[in-house]
Design a protein. Structure first.
Length: 61
């Protein structure tokens, strides 16, 4: 999938999720997805810094 296709897909999904919902509901859903993204970024950063890949030792020997 190309970058523009991905962006278009995400925008389409957002429009589908927002359809028929109040601004308050959209804001809540947005907050939930932002928290999900932040949490995933925290997990990825933690894994990168604190849990090196198991095969890293094998590559240096």
């Amino acid at each position: 999938m190309q970058s523009c296709e991905l962006a278009l897909s995400v925008s389409t999904l957002a429009c589908c999720i927002a359809e028929g919902r109040s601004p308050e509901e959209i804001a809540l859903i947005s907050s939930i997805f932002m928290q999900l993204g932040d949490t995933l970024a925290t997990i990825a950063a933690h894994q990168a810094l604190c849990c090196p890949p198991e095969n890293a030792d094998k590559q240096t020997s």
